[in-house]
Design a binder for this molecule. Structure first.
Ligand SMILES: Cc1cc2nc3c(=O)[nH]c(=O)nc-3n(C[C@H](O)[C@H](O)[C@H](O)COP(=O)(O)OP(=O)(O)OC[C@H]3O[C@@H](n4cnc5c(N)ncnc54)[C@H](O)[C@@H]3O)c2cc1C
Length: 598
């Protein structure tokens, strides 16, 4: 089992050197987020992850959760680890001080969430869901609801869930059947069955606060008739004390491919008491608060998986001796050379490294935009940040999870046959991370959101704030010799991307299927290009540091070298996606469904 080490140096590089978090936090009024404080929190989170969360990852996979008559027991060590997590104040970090939070920036929380997720995807999901539930109640709940539910959620004494999916509706939530009927006291009675509810039932916390979508009788059919409710496992008094058990039960848990230590539950609501959040029939709008926070969280999972797999593969590649290097013996004292000498092994390792580090930069950038959304009082700055977030969230969610999954496959491959054997932990990473491509909107759905709803739907308006930022960076560095190999490809791929977008828009006028046929390739192209921008920015910082004679020269040289690999060996994949887009829908749509055969 590879030993996980939190990538503190790289996190600090991204936060402090690339994104200048110091001025970002000071400007937004996060006075407590000094560099010393950030260092202390990142180091403590690393220690906690390595010593408490990572050691229960494998046993969590082997034991999984167990269901007994509606009660769910998490694997050995999870309860104790969660208790320590709460005692350490980790859930409170970025939460509102009015409800017991520490009021630190969201982006700091995201940085350490990556550690938790790399070390133990299943464990990290429990607090991750609470975070989304809190964001929803804070943004849309009434003051009473906030008083009732937020303090215990903030402290981590209670956890949250997101209850959307039903047996017959996953992507198409407009088909939901769970109904909510008004009670005399203004609360609602919810009846229906939800499936696949992560952390829907478990033994880690004193109460579970479900955020549930349901339809109030008489509401319109489809997505326009969806309302949002808070439904606790145990009812709660006005001052937030636990009262009697609510009519919410866990019918069963799923046996699944990965994240075995996170309970995936069937949750039955049998006239359960719930409280409307926000306006009637505006549930999906409110839910987007949850979903956007959650999508960034899932993008982080992609980075986390790539990083964890890279660490395991790198240690193995330096240790495992097989064959000799093509350019002559490198380890004369041994019977063979370590496999890291072989170009193909390096291809896999550098793919992992370039995705993990590039993805970390993208996620950190997005989480700073979230900070701006929370704390800026400049309306124009906020609007720009929201526009960039809207554009880049589906890219980060889908591209980084697909790329993260690919990286975990490389991790297995670097280990050869041993990667397929459980004890090494590499196959667990691959099984665990597949879910990130599925939940919170599949890759296909993120791609449609990006291309159809956001880019074509806004007639390209949404591209402007981020597009101008990239153009400005390219123009500023267009004359810098050492940046040429990075700037030129961004401009060239960026130009092709614009033409591709226009072509899809034009073709879709006569055949709307052209959008669906292009969307995933278009998203992947966008992902490769977006990461290229962040790699170029990291090169710029590294060149500046080297020019200043920074003593950590090896770190910056490695950055530039990894960027070079990314531009030469990863970015060209975008051309393949462009060719697929160019070839259009015809080849995939001409076969009648009944003529598909096997
Ligand atoms: C382990 C696990 C944990 C989960 N946790 C939660 C949770 O906590 N809360 C919750 O509410 N849900 C949860 N889910 C549910 C998850 O979000 C859904 O499974 C997911 O959104 C897809 O829905 P579906 O499974 O019904 O697939 P479907 O919607 O049936 O989709 C099947 C396939 O069709 C594609 N597809 C569907 N419509 C379109 C379209 N218009 N265009 C192109 N392609 C399309 C999809 O991309 C997918 O490939 C979880 C699922 C799992 C497996």
């Amino acid at each position: 089992m590879p030993e996980y080490k939190a990538p503190i140096r790289d996190v600090k590089f991204v936060m402090q050197e690339l994104l200048d978090c110091d001025s970002h936090y000071q400007r937004l009024g996060y006075d407590d987020a000094s560099l010393d404080m950030i260092d202390a929190i990142v180091s403590e989170a690393a220690k906690f992850t390595e010593q408490v969360i990572a050691p229960i990852n494998q046993i969590g996979d082997e034991q999984g959760c167990t269901w007994n008559d509606g009660e769910v027991t998490t694997p050995d060590g999870f309860k104790e680890a969660y208790q320590q997590f709460v005692e350490g104040g980790w859930p409170t970090l970025a939460q509102n001080t009015d409800f017991g939070g520490q009021g630190l920036p969201h982006s700091l929380n995201t940085a350490i969430t990556e550690f938790f997720s790399s070390a133990n995807h299943s464990f990290a999901m429990y607090p991750g869901l609470s975070h989304g539930a809190l964001a929803t109640i804070e943004a849309h709940g009434s003051q009473e609801q906030q008083q009732m539910f937020m303090p215990n959620l903030v402290e981590g004494n209670w956890t949250g869930t997101m209850c959307l999916t039903e047996p017959h509706c996953g992507t198409d939530l407009g088909m939901l059947r769970t109904k909510a009927e008004l009670n005399d006291d203004g609360s609602y009675s919810l009846t229906g069955t939800k499936i696949f509810i992560s952390a829907g039932e478990h033994d880690l916390s004193g109460n579970i606060v479900h955020i549930v979508i349901a339809r109030i009788p008489g509401s319109p059919e489809g997505s326009k008739g969806i309302s949002l409710f808070i439904v606790p496992k145990y009812n709660v008094t006005a001052d937030g004390e636990i009262a009697e058990r609510n009519a919410v039960s866990c019918g069963s848990i799923e046996h699944k491919m990965g994240i075995n230590a996170n309970a995936t539950c069937v949750i039955n609501f049998d006239g359960a008491k719930g409280y409307l959040i926000g306006e009637i029939n505006r549930g999906l709008n409110c839910m987007f608060t949850f979903m956007n926070a959650a999508r960034l969280g899932v993008a982080t999972e992609g980075v986390a998986a790539a990083e964890a797999s890279f660490q395991g593969a790198l240690a193995y590649a330096k240790d495992r001796l097989q064959m000799r290097s093509l350019t002559g013996v490198k380890n004369p004292a041994g019977p063979a050379d370590p496999i890291i000498v072989h170009p193909d092994v390096r291809r896999m390792l550098l793919t992992q490294k370039s995705i993990a580090e590039g993805g970390r930069a993208l996620v950190a950038y997005l989480s700073q935009l979230v900070d701006i959304g929370h704390a800026s009082d400049d309306a124009e700055e906020k609007a720009k940040a929201e526009s960039k977030l809207a554009l880049l969230t589906p890219i980060a969610k889908a591209f980084l999870t697909e790329a993260g999954l690919e990286c975990t496959s490389h991790g297995v491959q670097v280990f050869g046959g041993h990667g397929f054997i459980k004890e090494w932990g590499m196959e667990q990473l691959m099984r665990d991370t597949k879910i990130s491509c599925l939940y919170e909107g599949t890759t296909g759905i993120q791609a449609l959101d990006l291309l159809a709803r956001k880019i074509l739907g806004s007639k390209g308006e949404i591209l402007k704030p981020f597009g101008s930022e990239v153009t400005k960076f390219c123009l500023e560095n267009a004359e810098v010799d050492a940046m040429q190999e990075f700037i030129q490809p961004i401009m060239s791929f960026g130009g092709d991307w614009q033409k591709m977008t226009q072509n899809i828009g034009a073709k879709a006028m006569t055949n709307p299927d052209e959008i669906g046929a292009a969307s995933v390739d278009y998203l992947m192209y966008s992902g490769y290009l977006t990461l290229a921008y962040f790699w170029a920015k990291m090169v710029k910082v590294s060149l500046d540091k080297l020019a200043q004679g920074d003593e950590d020269a090896a770190f910056y040289q490695a950055k530039i070298q990894t960027a070079r690999f990314y531009f030469q060996r990863i970015l060209p994949r975008a051309n393949g996606h462009a060719a697929c887009v160019e070839n259009g829908a015809e080849s995939m749509m001409s076969l009648d469904a009944e003529d598909f055969s096997f």
